[in-house]
Structure formats: structure tokens, C-alpha cells
Design a protein around this ligand. Sequence first.
Ligand SMILES: NC(=O)c1ccc[n+]([C@@H]2O[C@H](COP(=O)([O-])OP(=O)(O)OC[C@H]3O[C@@H](n4cnc5c(N)ncnc54)[C@H](O)[C@@H]3O)[C@@H](O)[C@H]2O)c1
Ligand SMILES: [Zn+2]
Length: 360
Amino acid sequence: MERLTVSLADRSYDIVIGSGCLADTGQLCRESGLRGRVAVVTNPSVGRLYFQPVLDVLRNAGYDVLKIELPDGEEYKTLATVNAVYTELIRNGFDRGCFLMALGGGVIGDITGFTAATFLRGVPFVQIPTTLLAQVDSSVGGKTGVNHELGKNLIGAFHQPRLVISDVETLSTLDARDFVSGLAEVVKYGIVFDVDFFSYLSANRDRLLLRQRDTLVHLVHRCCELKAHVVAQDEREAGVRAVLNYGHTLGHAVETLAGYDTYRHGEAVAIGMAQAAAISESYGHADHADTVRIVDLIRNLGLPAHLPPFTGEEYATVLLRDKKVREKGLTFVCNRGIGDFVFEHVSDVSSLLTRCGHGG
Ligand SMILES: NC(=O)c1ccc[n+]([C@@H]2O[C@H](COP(=O)([O-])OP(=O)(O)OC[C@H]3O[C@@H](n4cnc5c(N)ncnc54)[C@H](O)[C@@H]3O)[C@@H](O)[C@H]2O)c1
Ligand SMILES: [Zn+2]
């Protein structure tokens, strides 16, 4: 079992990473000073697999547990679902002395975190991420929220968890496509922060895809360490935290144009990263050999790299939808070689498309 701390003064918390550490949930909550009743929020797919063992260990540690089961799917990441959770909590007499626990992927984590941020003006919550994306990204950093019918993640709050427990054992039941999609965010950390980690991923592709436990523990540990470091410097994304958006500018455009059902988030980000690599090269921040290494790793992991054939105009329209971008241009995250990053201010978004070789 490995442990990391996200250092944020009185909001600091531990991330516990291991294989089988779900069994320590009760004990870890006690050690973190969490008291009172706990509401475990999950969905049927994850609950069927992991709720019972979590319930057992929480009860053994003396906790009174309420299970709240939400329907599975991004389409339920809404205020209506949050409201349903409030209702359950109020009906069951939950007061300020309680805490919430998210048992599931990023969707459950975001909903539970936002509920915890707002219920009775804020109660503590614990993240038990069960997807690769949630273990390496969404469970750490305190961004919580839900979608609005006019856009994704538009309603939210910063609310740091009190504890994160990442058991890589849970990743064994993940759908292959969800697992590989999560690898895109892992590759992102290598590209912008750590060339040795990038090389490790390239060299250990087979172990990774076989979900070998030690490899997964190392990978989740390194990603959380890198994210924790950035979050500690810039909790509310006033500056450097924006580096985590590497690959996301064009990735989001791809998600929007293709429709959210066509690509998984990580697949769209993989495409965005391959384009960002070419764009970084065209700015002179990286060599062609770096672009080739990045695109090769993306493809070797089974992720897409090719920009889907929407017109330059369609891409530009989506990129310019944000008023701030129309007026001031956008901050584009480039890789500097591999293992470092640099922000580029882009006033003409269509130049981005030319730079990544999009015909028009
Ligand atoms: N808060 C943040 O900082 C942040 C960062 C990145 C992404 N996100 C959000 O995360 C969400 C995506 O998260 P996700 O990719 O984890 O999707 P998800 O939560 O929808 O999980 C994907 C699927 O896997 C299932 N599942 C989860 N764990 C499983 C397991 N161990 N075994 C079998 N099936 C399992 C889920 O029920 C779901 O059907 C998006 O809503 C995105 O906006 C948030
Ligand atoms: Zn992402």
C-alpha cells in the first residue's frame, strides 16, 4: 500500500494506492478522523461488484451506513440527480456530522463531491475511484460538479475530498474500452511532466494492457503524485493547473462535433494530444521525433490519433463558442520536447488547425 499527501494547508488529504486496499476502507476512514454516519453513493454496475465488501469493512469499523444507488451514466450527472441524493440524506436524518463516500467512476465522484460541497453548506467526502480515469485524474484535485443541458460540467464547486482510496484491483472488472480510454490521461502526464514516465509507459505497454498489478500501482501513484503537485501550487486553476488541459482543447471540440456517444473522453483526448504534439512541433517547441514518439505511444495503446474529418470551419466554430476565446484568444498547452510544457497564446484559432495539418 502506498500513500501520498495532497498538500493544501488545512485541506490536505491522503491518497492511498494499492492492490486490495478496499479492505482497509473502514480503518483508513477512522485514521482520517471521519466520524458519524456515512452515505455510500454508487450505481448498480459498481455496487454489484464492490458495495458489499465496502459495507462489511465500514460496519466492522463501527460506521452506520446508508447506500444511495444512482442510475449509471453521464446523462444522470445532473442537478436532478444531486437533488435526489439530498432527498435521501434528509429523509434519513443525515446532519452535519455525516460524510459521503463516492464508490464508482468519475461520474459518481463528480456527483457525490458536488453533493458533499453543497449539502448543509458542505460535509466531508471520501473518494473510492473504480475507473482508471477516476484513479489518475478526477478523484484528485477537488473539482466537483454536474452537467447542464447547455453544456458539460457547467455547475460545480471546488471541494477537496478528505481521503482517496485507489484499489487497482477494481480495475480488473473494467470494460477494455474504458480502461484504454483512461490510459490517455496517463500518457498526458508523461508528455507534459515526466519524460522518464513517458518512456516507462512506452516500454511497458504489454504489462499495462494486461493490467499487471504492480504496473498499475506504479502508474496510479506517479499520476497522482504529479497531479497533487500541480494542485498544491494552483488549487483553483488560476494559472499552472491549466497544463492538465493538454490535449483537451481539440479533444473537447472532437467530443462536441462527433457527439458524446461516439468517442470516450480519453479517446477524444488522445486525438487532441496527437494534434497538440504536431502543433507544438510547428511552434518549434518540440522536434518531429517527439511528435512521432507521442503518436506511436497513443496508437500502440490502441487509442485513436487521427482528427475526424469535420471541416476547419466546424472546428473553428466550436473552438470559438466561448466568448472569452472570441475576444481574447485561447491559451493552448504545448509540449516542450517530451516531459515539459509551455503555454502558447493563440489569437487566431484557425491557425491551430493549419498547424496540425488540417486541410481546411
Ligand atoms: N472532477 C474532475 O477533475 C474530472 C476530471 C476528469 C473527468 N471528470 C469527469 O469524469 C467523468 C468520466 O469518468 P469515468 O470515465 O470514470 O466514467 P464513468 O464514471 O461513467 O464510468 C465508466 C463506466 O464504467 C463503470 N464502472 C466504473 N467502475 C467500474 C469497475 N471497477 N468495474 C466495472 N465497471 C465499472 C461505470 O458504471 C460506467 O458505466 C466525466 O463526467 C468527466 O466530466 C472529472
Ligand atoms: Zn480529461
